[in-house]
Ligand binder design. Sequence first.
Ligand SMILES: NC(=O)c1ccc[n+]([C@@H]2O[C@H](COP(=O)([O-])OP(=O)(O)OC[C@H]3O[C@@H](n4cnc5c(N)ncnc54)[C@H](O)[C@@H]3O)[C@@H](O)[C@H]2O)c1
Length: 370
Amino acid sequence: MAYKILVLKGDGIGPEVVGEALQALKVVARRDAVDIEFREAPIGGHAIDAYGKPLPDATLAAARDCDAILLGAVGGPKWDNPKAEMRPEQALLGLRKELGLFANVRPVKSVKEFLPASPLRPDIVNGVDLVVIRELTGGIYYGKPSERRSGADGREAVDTCYYSESEIERVLRYGFELARERRKKLTSVDKANVLSTSRLWREIATEVAARYPDVKCDHQLVDSMAMHLIRRPRDFDVIVTENMFGDILTDEASVLAGSMGLLPSASLGEELNGAGYRIGLYEPIHGSAPDIAGRDEANPLAAILSAALLLEHSLGMRAEAELITQAVEGVVRDGYRTRDLGGGAGVKVVGCKAMGRLVRERIESLEPEA
Ligand SMILES: NC(=O)c1ccc[n+]([C@@H]2O[C@H](COP(=O)([O-])OP(=O)(O)OC[C@H]3O[C@@H](n4cnc5c(N)ncnc54)[C@H](O)[C@@H]3O)[C@@H](O)[C@H]2O)c1
């Protein structure tokens, strides 16, 4: 039976970077004789223009009927009016909610070649290899009431942070499963000294930890975690936290890699058929970069690495995922860079298409790991 992958190229540089990621996937599928059916659908600003909404019904239906989704980015100045009824970003919230994508997974690995580009000292970031898991469909971004109103004191506003036991438990369980396959360390981040939701979070984290005695679990308050993450990032393996804390910590963690252009992400839902693989949405962490769209300058590596995450988490093809990662690392080691990654001695600056081609050639030259 063929795997079904939905490709949502989106706006700005989305089509350029996803185009290269798609071709990398096709090379892997061809060389390992894996049957993958690729479908495409509109999303974001272009979908607003053509269909009157950022997540057309047909796109959502196609997303429900696939094993995984590869996304570029959405948005751009044309659709930036904050008062507009429809905004491209609504498509992402809609997909997350409709597909139950509750765990946002962002691996951050420092790359030796980019250590000098990091604002942090090389001795701090060298060897960083961590994953931040952010709860994605609950918490203060979704709680009701969330509104502005008039009160006795004039204008006031309220947002509500709500978490249920099952929402907290499933994302922590996913974190422990992942930690088990890595260095067996999990840091649960909360604000248990102040918030009720965080006290429940810590209570459940402690209960789930008891079911994973082989994983070392510790708890950090989010404010001190923000400091530890840049002071001693090598000490962390898997970090799990709620939606808003994760939103902030994932951006902070992205600095550790030296370049945003290398960071993929996965948003995962429940297991498919109990087989360990999950429906997932895979995308680079960068946006649609309208300033360089259509100029063949975009860096496709984060999108290509997102395709590697897709193979690993939704198709269970770890060796093939590793092949793509190794190919990207090899090309970077050989000195090839897109403009955003910076120049320097021995560096060869190439465009988006050439970078994609170099990665494909590298994939074809590598033997998959057993
Ligand atoms: N998940 C998403 O779809 C997503 C995420 C963030 C921003 N956005 C949207 O993207 C648009 C632009 O947002 P922004 O400027 O704040 O962030 P951005 O990430 O698009 O761009 C920030 C800077 O980084 C550069 N850049 C980003 N990705 C690059 C790549 N792959 N290669 C080379 N350079 C790259 C851009 O040229 C720009 O100078 C906005 O409409 C925003 O809403 C979408």
